[in-house]
Design a protein. Sequence first.
Length: 236
Amino acid sequence: MLWYLAQSDYPVAVDAGRQYVIVARNEKGAGTTLEALDSAGKSVWSRGFTEQKQVYLSLSPDGKYLYVVNIPKSPGKFNKCALYALDAAAGTIIWSRKFNQNEPSNITRGPDSLLHLVAGKRYLYGLVSLTGDERLSTQLLDLSGATPALDREGTIYVPGKERLYAVSGSDGRLLWDLALDGGVPTTPTLGIDGLTIYFTDGKGSLYALRPGYNDTAIPAAAGASSLRPGLHSEAL
């Protein structure tokens, strides 16, 4: 063991290039602290926030920016859920974006560098990664709150409580939706080809989906007959 930090329920982000570990710690009465630690466990920088119910941490591919989704313990008019972009090396805030809806998801980054997330289990947002400006906003129904996934063509797959939505990443237009037993409770996983997505529904069936793929030798999943993508499912 090289060094040890007191146990935390929050996730960490790792900057392999700078050999930083960034952790969020919650202390009762003292709020939530983000802290970057070097390879020896020594503090490089720290930044305090009000006490949070949940924090999501994500680094940009080049390691320059740390994106922080903050969900306060008691959201309100003056204490809204927010997304922050920090300088990962210094901990300074570059921009912030507050949401009127509660329970935002973690972000996922698209091929066009937009940051996508859902909020309020109803809205899908696309934000410019360098400024936080809103490029896309789409209202959907009964989202599960899981982080959306994007394929290499820019299609956004949004998990819902009763269905999976496919949304155009260019204009936020709904392309199609698929009814699923139990919905999609977790974030879909993208395959190595950048097009196939894998996900499980709420009843434990595993799906592999790729737009434009159609294998008539394998029956389509229930509810998929009118869809363009091909679907394979296998019970877990």
